[in-house]
Design a protein around this ligand. Structure first.
Ligand code: SF4
Length: 127
């Protein structure tokens, strides 16, 4: 099946308000542009603080599409705690429908490599 035939995941990068030291090694704009233009995702964008109340409201709207999502943000265990309910409320399963990636304290190259590995596991990129 080619990537045109299958539903591609959305990619959300969360940058912890943009002030967090965890994203200072990276040019977040170069990173998200590379993800959305070069990698097999339906779209990619930056959210400022996904675990805040407006982030919950955003996820409630966004997950209505039931599209799988890759979340590039903080540690998966933290994401798990913060997003589980939003996925449940949308009738989705966080473990099945989300790929949670920790991309803090990385250069662009390192973070892109983490995203590529996740896409390979989803069979959307060749090994
Ligand atoms: S989801 Fe993670 S990366 Fe995003 S604001 Fe919350 S703690 Fe920071």
């Amino acid at each position: 099946m080619s990537n045109e035939d299958r539903q591609l995941p959305g990619f959300i990068m969360c940058v912890c308000t943009g002030k967090c030291p965890g994203f200072q090694k990276m040019d977040i704009w170069d990173f998200i542009n590379q993800v959305r233009v070069e990698l097999p995702v339906e779209y990619g964008f930056i959210h400022p603080q996904l675990c805040e109340e407006d982030g919950d409201r955003f996820l409630a709207d966004f997950l209505k599409s039931h599209r799988k999502v890759i979340i590039g943000a903080c540690a998966p265990n933290m994401q798990r705690k913060m997003f589980k309910q939003a996925f449940k409320d949308a009738g989705m399963d966080l473990e099945q429908d989300a790929v949670m990636l920790d991309i803090r304290d990385m250069t662009n190259e390192q973070a892109i490599s983490v995203v590529k590995d996740a896409l390979k596991k989803l069979n959307l990129l060749e090994e």
